[in-house]
Design a protein around this ligand. Sequence first.
Ligand SMILES: [Zn+2]
Length: 175
Amino acid sequence: MASKNPENQTVHKHANEKTSLRLDQTNFDQYEYDILQVSRLLFLAFHCPKSYAWINAYYLAEQIFSVPYGSTICTTVLKAVNAACKSRNCGINYHDTNCEKCKEFLTDEEYYFIGTLHQIRQNNKSGAKVNAMLLCEGSSFDEFLQYIFELSNIANHVVDLSRRNLSGGKNYELN
Ligand SMILES: [Zn+2]
């Protein structure tokens, strides 16, 4: 049934398969993929506060990473998203993490966001800066980079402990 209230119209457009980058075309690992899914809920929360999507973001992070890492990770992602949004003149394009089809694709902004984390974890600082600069549209990206650096540090703890099943049975690989 169609709603007369424009805010209630949820017309979902799938990602364009021909022009969108697929997640499996990147070399992101499981940790980076999981951070992406949490980030998407926070992009939604910033874009549409009435969605209360930050609650789902914390819930998802705690499901994936367990106590105490889930909430710490989610808070750090939230700070990174906030820093990126402050630097950008416009919002962040993101895919709906609830859509099984779309969640396998990446927008440019999602790619720069997770790409920054990936490059830091590869110890490629200049690569991380390029991704951060592209995401923050050239304006100050130091704050964003700092939070992504923290996410990278947390990964070291999560990855070690997850070998004993702390992360829901997933095997993280550190490069
Ligand atoms: Zn979709």
